[in-house]
Design a protein around this ligand. Structure first.
Ligand code: PLP
Length: 431
């Protein structure tokens, strides 16, 4: 029998193979264009420390590690480290193992996933829930499948909808009209023009980059008047708003008027996965027709159990929601008092405007290296060019000392890089 060749003697290909064509040049070229536009992204190498939220280890490019404070996590309440959530995950993994064993079509449902869907349906006061592998997939699959199943459906989509919703609209193949962001008059105009046609209004509750909130009840009222259906993304609101964490629609008392409520298990609930909740027939139809549901492995049972523990916990406890709002308000007040250009928001999101991609990255690098504070820069295409920013997300665990340290670090960074203060930024915007 021939000796197996030692792995070290197999040299990996350094170029894509293909009849002498330099395919690699296309990839290098694409990356160079990104560098040229100053929007090549670098991700910090971070390891969160369970029980010490928002502290994490940062591994520098040279391999050395140091402790940092994270100020940009979307695990808004730190539920990813909550003892009940971690216990549900570890106990279920010990009992059921790690993977789900396949797609639900092939391997069936796992009981924790069925329980999670019931929990989510109850959270939003709907007949049924359907869980996907992420919030992105739930939007992409949910919107496209729902719209495809409605004859001659016209989709009315808010101008600032998330990429996952835009992809859902695109994949539906249906005609669409985009209404100006949160503009009820424009939406009504489009509904009048669509008279007699089936229409689906897709929108978010909390818009995550500007931190503003949709008039959910008023949009539902228009939908009712003109016979349209509503699909609401509550990704940045579930767990965080409403008496039981059902989101803005629950807070505003209009959950029953929204046809489809979509959410994530990855942000307020601190785990991973996404879902829709709606009528039993709608969820069953999406389950039966959405390729992104049918042809991918289900969420693992341990994750489903952890997510359910998080949802259940936040249904009964408002302490985290209250502390979250309080610390976000205190952070905004401290940064505003220091003259930093904080975009005013009604929510937990604290955008500090920079207005230039390179400076935004320089500010983030400086904060990390000099102050051990991690805030990922937000550049185009996540936000329009010229509105680059640091997006700060205070949690219940960002206490007064951390807020003071953040404020001092930002002021020092603004001084060092000569970044525009609030007066200059907002005066320019008003011109
Ligand atoms: N919807 C909105 C509005 C989002 O901002 C995001 C992600 O940030 C998603 C959906 C996707 O959710 P997930 O991260 O669970 O894929």
């Amino acid at each position: 029998m021939p000796e197996p060749r030692p792995a070290a003697s197999i040299s990996p290909p350094t170029q894509c193979q293909g009849s002498g064509t330099d395919y690699e040049a296309h990839f290098r070229g694409a990356l160079e264009r990104l560098h040229g536009e100053r929007r090549y992204r670098v991700f910090a190498d971070i390891e969160r420390i369970a029980g010490r939220f928002p502290i994490a280890h940062w591994r520098r490019p040279d391999g050395a590690t140091s402790e940092i404070t994270v100020w940009c996590s979307n695990d808004y309440l730190g539920m990813g480290q909550h003892p009940e959530v971690v216990a549900a995950l570890t106990e279920t993994a010990r009992r059921c193992g790690v993977g789900a064993g396949g797609t639900r079509n092939i391997a069936g449902n796992t009981s924790p996933l069925v329980d999670l869907e019931r929990e989510l349906a109850d959270l939003h006061g709907k007949e049924a829930g359907l869980v996907f592998t992420s919030g992105y997939v739930s939007n992409q699959a949910g919107i496209s499948t729902i719209a495809k199943l409605i004859p001659d459906c016209l989709i009315l989509s808010d101008a600032l909808n998330h990429n996952s919703m835009i992809e859902g609209v695109r994949h539906s193949g249906c005609e669409k009209r985009v209404f100006r962001h949160n503009d009820l008059a424009h939406l009504e105009e489009l509904l009048i023009a669509a008279a007699g046609r089936n229409a689906l209004i897709v929108f978010e509750s909390v818009y995550s980059m500007d931190g503003d909130v949709a008039p959910v009840g008023a949009i539902c009222a228009l939908a009712e008047r003109y016979g349209a259906m509503t699909y609401l993304d509550e990704v940045h609101a579930v767990g965080l708003y409403g008496r039981r964490g059902g989101g803005i629609a629950e807070r505003d008392g209009v959950m029953h008027r929204v046809d489809v409520i979509e959410g994530t298990l990855a942000k307020g609930f601190g785990c991973v996965g996404g879902y829709i909740t709606a009528s039993a027939a709608l969820c069953d139809a999406v389950r039966s027709f959405a390729p992104a549901f049918i042809f991918t492995t289900a969420l693992p049972p341990a994750i489903a159990a952890a997510a359910r523990a998080s949802v259940r916990y936040l249904k009964r406890s408002s302490a985290e929601r209250d502390a979250h709002q309080r610390q976000a308000a205190r952070t905004k007040a401290a940064l505003e008092a220091a003259g930093l250009p904080v975009l005013p928001t009604d929510t937990h999101i604290v955008p500090v405007m920079v207005g230039d991609a390179e400076l935004c990255k320089a500010a983030a690098d400086h904060l990390l290296e000099r102050h051990a504070i991690y805030i990922q820069p937000i550049n185009y295409p996540t936000v329009p060019r010229g509105t680059e920013r640091l997006r700060i997300t205070p949690s219940p665990f960002h206490d007064e000392a951390r807020i003071a340290a953040l404020t001092a670090a930002l002021v020092e960074t603004w001084d060092t890089l000569d970044l525009p203060r609030a007066g200059a930024v907002f005066a320019q915007a008003a011109e």
